[in-house]
Design a protein around this ligand. Sequence first.
Ligand SMILES: Cc1cc2nc3c(=O)[nH]c(=O)nc-3n(C[C@H](O)[C@H](O)[C@H](O)COP(=O)(O)OP(=O)(O)OC[C@H]3O[C@@H](n4cnc5c(N)ncnc54)[C@H](O)[C@@H]3O)c2cc1C
Length: 261
Amino acid sequence: MNIAVFIKQVPDTIDVKINPKTGNLEREGIESTINLFDLHAIEAAIQLKEQHGGKVTVLTMGPLQAQTALKKALAMGCDEAVLLSDRKFAGADTLATGYVLAKAAEKIGPLDVLLFGRHAVDADTGQTGPIVASFLDLPQVTFVRSITVDGSSMICQRALEHCIETVKVSLPVLLTVTSELNDPRYATPINIMKAGKKPQFIWSSEELGCDEGRIGQAGSPSIVRKIYEPVHETGNLHRMNGSIEEIAAALVDLFEEQHLI
Ligand SMILES: Cc1cc2nc3c(=O)[nH]c(=O)nc-3n(C[C@H](O)[C@H](O)[C@H](O)COP(=O)(O)OP(=O)(O)OC[C@H]3O[C@@H](n4cnc5c(N)ncnc54)[C@H](O)[C@@H]3O)c2cc1C
């Protein structure tokens, strides 16, 4: 089974600060990590290889420091890593990102399974996997919480808001996975050492044969005009004590006083 897993490096904190002047995320001094859901995608890829044989290639599009994320994936058990890195990729939206990832998937060769996280915890669109499926004209199953291979097909359970949906799909297929799918393994010291010897590649726009009008800012029709932190209002707090009836009566008085009712 030829498997590719796509991972994104994201800030390793929920306390992300936004530069009020530029509206950009303050990444300086902030550690990066592999997007949580992508750890589950990596684990799924390795389990599929262990059960059915084959090879797992892990890919990310990002700056050179994204190699740290790839090395961790190799230490978990992926076989080879590809960093898609080129200044021309900068400023990509999900469409331009999906285009580059799809070009890389084509360059790797025929793939049976392409694995993505359900969304990235920083920009959180959940669009990248479906966009890649569309570029490659592949069937896609999103929000996957369980996988069973059945010959040349796969039976997947999808975690939807009010139900679990079971889908049978033929390979090749693109999946986006949830955290219910598995428990990602830790890299053992011996596998961390072995990871350094595994093949690692860096591919540029030219090596991928990208159309320059479809990458980076030039290929990105969506623009994030502004991001801002919500204002945490702490004033005007009223603490009410007493029985439920007393509190309800006090609330009614308060609302009347403020002409809300
Ligand atoms: C605050 C903020 C808001 C943004 N809003 C938008 C927006 O509204 N629309 C838009 O088009 N772009 C937006 N972007 C840009 C967006 O972050 C990038 O386009 C990014 O490459 C993918 O989008 P995502 O983070 O939403 O990933 P998602 O689509 O949520 O990621 C899903 C999965 O795709 C894979 N994946 C994602 N990125 C990569 C990568 N670089 N390499 C390998 N695999 C990857 C991972 O498996 C990941 O789990 C925003 C960026 C920021 C910082």
